[in-house]
Design a protein around this ligand. Structure first.
Ligand code: PMP
Length: 379
């Protein structure tokens, strides 16, 4: 992306677009948005736009087939896994998963690592027992039990599954390794909403991975689900059609009229990732951006990052200035300079810079120079 100097920060030139640090819906690749603009009017030279094609027609067949094939090639997803697109946001997965896999009288293990994990726990408790394998409440969810801290994890004796959130969007913590192997024949369920495809992933240890679209993939509402076929057969109760993963898989994610535009856009994002070095390329790109921002925070005596160093997220960088008043000024001055949506989630306050795959390096550099400038003038 070309940039120009505008005060202390550089903004993308000529596009009228700001650097968007929103946690979600968040920044999407400009190439994808430009492509979508064309395909809204005419997809594949059919004279009919993507929003207007039947979900049973040949054009949508191609959209869906390519999206699934590209997801499979990106993450080397083997044939014994289904790749599905479902509706209702990631929040629907919070109840759909225990409805499907947590038997009456059974237990599922959950890592309580932030608000979204807590929502999942709340919903699971409607269907069965929940055992907390770990709670980060004491550290205000600034820590995860990884690295030297795995001894803080304790599983129950026979959970149906183990649920964890790979990246905690609000707190700015991220797992950099897998949690300890689940006991017995339990499988991992992972909420990867805010770091899906930001780095290489080996799906084989998982039973089910889900990710809401609006961060690294595409529009809100459409959810990517990657699930092991034999795990789907473990469904413990009859579910309404729309929630039955087996039926969703059997009907190729179009039991009813699916969110065709969401699937299309996610598919275009997969192509963009492939063209930009695949998941290894994303990892290098995301590590570079995160380093630019964290190095600036660490070099300052003014800002306090929220997450413990080894648990820091590459996707959501959370930090504070010395006072709430200065936080507010930071956010307002950032906005006026084209650094949009730097406010932290209302539950923890402060600031949060979300630097998903589509955030260019220039966005991280612009934020770093704004951090230094703000400290110089207000520190
Ligand atoms: N899980 C995580 C990790 C999230 O960040 C979010 C949304 N920010 C959700 C779940 C909920 O997603 P949705 O709003 O799509 O239901």
């Amino acid at each position: 992306m070309t940039t120009a100097s505008s005060g202390p920060v550089s903004l993308p030139v000529g596009t009228g677009r700001a650097f968007n640090f929103s946690a979600g819906p968040g920044v999407l690749p400009e190439d994808v948005l430009n492509r979508a603009r064309e395909d809204l009017l005419d997809l594949f030279g059919t004279g009919v736009g993507i929003l207007e094609h039947s979900h049973r027609g040949k054009a949508y067949d191609r959209v869906l087939e390519e999206a699934i094939a590209d997801a499979r090639s990106l993450a080397s997803i083997p044939d014994d896994f289904e790749v599905m697109f479902v509706q209702g946001g990631a929040t629907t997965q919070c109840f759909q998963i225990p409805m499907a896999f947590l038997p009456d009288g059974g237990t599922a293990d959950y890592f309580e690592t932030g608000k979204w994990a807590k929502d999942s726990i709340h919903e699971a408790e409607r269907y069965g027992g929940v055992h907390l394998a770990f709670s980060g409440a004491e550290s205000r969810f600034g820590e995860l039990p990884q690295g030297g801290d795995v001894s803080r994890v304790s599983y129950s004796s026979g959970p149906a599954y183990v649920h964890y959130t790979s990246n905690n969007t609000i707190m700015g913590t991220e797992w950099h390794e897998l949690p300890p192997t689940p006991p017995g024949d339990a499988f991992f369920v992972c909420d990867a909403s805010s770091d899906i495809f930001s780095r290489p992933i080996d799906v084989s240890p998982y039973g089910l991975i889900y990710a809401g679209g609006q961060k690294n993939l595409g529009p809100a509402g459409t959810v990517l689900v990657i699930a092991r076929k034999d795990v789907l057969e473990r469904q413990v109760r009859e579910l309404p059609w729309m929630l039955d993963y087996r039926l969703i898989a059997q009907k190729q994610s179009r039991f009813n009229t699916p969110p065709t535009f969401g699937v299309y856009l996610i598919g275009q994002t997969f192509k963009w990732i492939i063209e930009n070095g695949g998941l290894e390329g994303m990892r290098a790109h995301n590590e570079r951006k995160a380093k630019i921002i964290y190095d600036t925070l660490d070099a300052s005596g003014f800002y306090t990052p929220h997450a413990r160093v080894q648990d820091r997220s590459l996707m959501n960088v959370t930090f504070k200035t010395p006072s709430e008043d200065l936080d507010k000024r930071f956010i307002a001055e950032g906005e006026s300079q084209g650094l949009r949506y730097l406010g932290g989630h209302r539950s923890i306050g402060g600031m949060r810079a979300s630097v998903y795959n589509a955030m260019p390096v220039e966005g991280a550099e612009a934020l770093a120079s704004f951090l230094r400038e703000f400290e110089r003038t207000h520190g």
